[in-house]
Design a protein around this ligand. Structure first.
Ligand code: HMG
Ligand code: MG
Length: 297
């Protein structure tokens, strides 16, 4: 069994986008640079969405231009449309992520478009990315439940994931946006998607609202998933998903993986330090259990 797991660190984007008080750009830059020294290979840096929709990330260009981009690390950013693509490319972005959902109702709240309309909106972005040699990740939100419509049909998750992969996304991240999933459901969802999209092209993106995220990750590792999105200090949440709370904490995922003999290439001590540092900047205790357990006295 392949025992290498790639972590996609999303704290600079997902972790901060829902913070009410504006985090200074300098703190965001320092966060990304600290993360870049922990062994992470993918760090989602920010989001070129409308600043009216997500004021916290209005400084995306300033932040991206200031980070110390290290060789061997990918710094994807969220892009919802061609305007976002133009803004991202103007500051040298080389990898983007487009995002939609398996729920029509959530998509209307989050991106002001239905599922098919969102896919149409991505088509020219993906075409330009292909020509420019820009790598594209795709997100499917609400894969295990929607705050507005409740149950989400597996067939809708599979359809949207297949569409994103078919349009050229090298990886499709499956988002339990509001953290309502449980392990057997998460595994069944992954199995259904993996029947249509190759497992190596799938990532897990689990929020921890109901305390199930780590268990859900484990269940999906058993199914063969090897890419996990996570955020240090358990930060995160989507402003347009009522009740969404933090992502699974990266420190907790890495501790579990290393304990199982799996390799992430990440220095857990440096990661936990960074998580505590970020929590202190946000004025709270770290949301990572490992971060708390290993805090200096
Ligand atoms: P809209 O209002 O329908 O867009 O929003 P529009 O095209 O009509 O434009 C409205 C205004 O925004 C115009 O400006 C545009 O120029 C401007 P005005 O003429 O009024 O001055 N605009 C932009 N400005 C900067 N950058 C842009 C941009 N686009 C338009 N890219 C839109 C549609 C998609 C833009 C909006 O709904 C939006 O930005 N939504 C983003 C919401 C968001 O970021 N949510 C969180 C990320 S998703 C998530 O967290 C889930 C995930 O973590 C996975 C999971 O957990 O499941 C990924
Ligand atoms: Mg998320």
């Amino acid at each position: 069994m392949n025992d290498q797991v790639r972590i996609v660190e999303v704290s600079p984007r997902d972790g901060l986008q829902n913070e009410k008080a504006i985090v200074p750009a300098a703190v965001k830059v320092e966060l990304i640079d600290r993360l870049g020294r922990t062994g992470l290979r993918t760090i989602e840096a920010t989001s070129f969405v409308s600043p009216k929709w997500v004021p916290q990330l209005a400084d995306a260009a300033e932040v991206f231009a200031a980070i110390d981009r290290r060789p061997g690390i990918a710094y994807p950013v969220l892009v919802p449309n061609e305007t976002g693509y133009d803004r991202a490319r103007a500051v040298g972005v080389e990898e983007i992520a487009v995002f939609t959902a398996a729920s029509e109702a959530f998509n209307r709240k989050n991106i002001n478009a239905g599922i098919d309309e969102s896919l149409q909106r991505f088509a020219p972005v993906l075409e330009r990315a292909r020509v420019d040699g820009v790598r594209v990740r795709g997100y499917v939100s609400t894969v295990l439940g929607c705050p507005y419509q409740g149950e989400v049909a597996l067939a809708d998750v599979v359809r949207v994931a297949r569409a994103l992969h078919g349009m050229g996304c090298y990886e499709v991240s499956l988002g339990d946006t509001i953290g309502v999933g449980t392990p057997a459901k998460a595994a069944a969802m992954l199995r259904a998607v993996a029947a249509e999209v190759p497992m190596p092209a799938l990532a897990l993106h689990f929020h921890d609202t109901y305390g199930q995220a780590l268990a859900n990750v484990l269940a999906c590792l058993d199914e063969g998933a090897r890419v996990v999105d996570a955020a240090v200090a358990g930060t995160g949440g989507c402003p347009y998903a009522r009740g969404a709370s933090g992502n699974v904490a990266t420190e907790d995922v890495v501790y579990m993986l290393h304990g199982m003999g799996m390799d992430t290439g990440i220095d857990l001590d440096a990661l936990a330090d960074t998580g505590r540092w970020l929590a202190a900047r946000l004025g709270r205790q770290t949301g990572s259990r490992v971060g708390r357990a290993t805090a200096p006295a």
